[in-house]
Design a protein around this ligand. Structure first.
Ligand code: 13P
Length: 251
């Protein structure tokens, strides 16, 4: 009942030419009839090139990897939701663990971003996930509960069904150490229970992605779990063939 959603998070990779070539090579592999939402999140300077390459492919959506919560102002180096919507973005990744860990983003700041993305008519892809230390200390449930509640503190509940939440255990990101499907399902079920407690029945419509070393070889097993509705893919999304294979595993 939930349509799968697979997103490519390119992080800090590719040039305009490489981005355009990726889309040209992806589209024949992922036709308009694909039974999944497909999203590409390039770095900011590549948004126009990817938007142009996707002009005849409305079934593939453009996303940004980050945004500022304020509408405008003296925020050197930042971009606003209006700019991203104007560039053609339909989704924005917020609260990625690399933003939280390397750039000090707090749950409160992430919460303001979620609300700003919603106000601009786009859909947040909110990332949460525990570190290895937290998991080994038995804190996974507490960490996920705190991150989810804190990051959704300013949520427009009327638009909650449009939310996408990505569970990305930090220890699985870029390490090749994928979570087992049982472990990921347990975390997703916990997140959905939290959403249900807060939002009621709409929690059944919210899509939950798994992220962390997703590959064509492990995508099908992960996506077979009842509360895993898609994938947020880093490294394997840089190659059109492997990203398309993950999309087809989801669809
Ligand atoms: P990898 O797929 O490279 O592990 O990255 C996951 C991720 O952080 C996607 O946002």
């Amino acid at each position: 009942m939930r349509r799968p959603i697979v997103a490519a998070n390119w992080k800090m990779h590719k040039t305009q030419d490489e981005a355009s070539r990726f889309v040209r090579e992806l589209l024949p592999r992922v036709g308009a009839e694909v039974a999944a939402d497909v999203v590409i999140a390039p770095p900011f300077p590549l948004l126009p090139a990817v938007a142009r390459a996707l002009a005849d492919a409305p079934h593939v959506s453009l996303a940004a990897q980050n945004v500022h919560s304020e509408a405008s102002g003296a925020f050197t180096g930042e971009v606003s939701c209006a700019m991203l919507a104007d560039a053609g973005c339909r989704y924005v990744i917020v609260g990625h663990s690399e933003r939280r860990a390397l750039f000090g983003e707090s749950d409160a700041f992430v919460a303001r971003k979620v609300a700003a993305v919603q106000r601009a008519g786009m859909r947040p892809i909110l990332c949460v996930g525990e570190t290895l230390e937290q998991r080994e200390a038995g804190q996974t449930e507490a960490v996920l509960t705190t991150q989810l509640a804190g990051s959704l503190a300013d949520l427009d509940e009327a638009r909650a069904a449009e939310l996408v939440i990505a569970y990305e255990p930090v220890w699985a990101i870029g390490t090749g150490r994928t979570a087992t499907s049982e472990l990921a399902q347990t975390a997703h079920a916990l997140l959905r229970a939290q959403l249900r407690a807060r939002l009621g029945a709409v929690a059944e419509a919210i899509r939950l992605q798994y992220g962390g070393s997703v590959r064509p070889e492990n995508a099908k097993t992960l996506l077979g779990e009842p509360d895993i509705d898609g994938a947020l893919v880093g490294g394997a999304s840089l190659d059109p063939e492997s990203f398309a294979a993950i999309v087809h595993a989801a669809a």
